[in-house]
Design a protein around this ligand. Structure first.
Ligand SMILES: [Zn+2]
Length: 107
């Protein structure tokens, strides 16, 4: 049986980690460390890097939303139940995917 306190701690730790990564990504996108090169070939490489960073940022954002929803479900006492079918979500699934809101059958 997973405890809600343990789940909440894991989600909060992950949220801090993502926020920190997003902050670093934003700093890189603003080119705090590396100004845009005057060389056109080098600029193309830098733009590709920016795309990768931007994608990472989007993925981090959607994970952050899932984590916030999971934390809200903990507060409402709904964390252990599947939002789709109402069945209990297994402990092993919640441990593997702490921000899930569905049981294995509905995922
Ligand atoms: Zn379900």
């Amino acid at each position: 049986m997973i405890t809600l306190d343990a789940a909440r701690s894991r989600l909060l730790a992950r949220r801090t980690e993502i926020a920190e990564r997003a902050r670093r990504t934003a700093a890189e996108l603003r080119r705090e460390h590396e100004p845009l090169s005057a060389d056109f070939g080098e600029q193309a490489v830098q733009r590709e890097n920016d795309e990768v960073l931007q994608n990472l940022d989007d993925a981090a954002r959607s994970e952050l939303q899932r984590i916030n929803r999971a934390l809200a479900r903990i507060e409402r006492g709904e964390y252990l139940r599947c939002v789709a079918c109402g069945a209990p979500i297994t402990t092993s699934r919640l441990e593997a995917v702490p921000d899930t809101d569905r049981c294995i059958a509905c995922a």
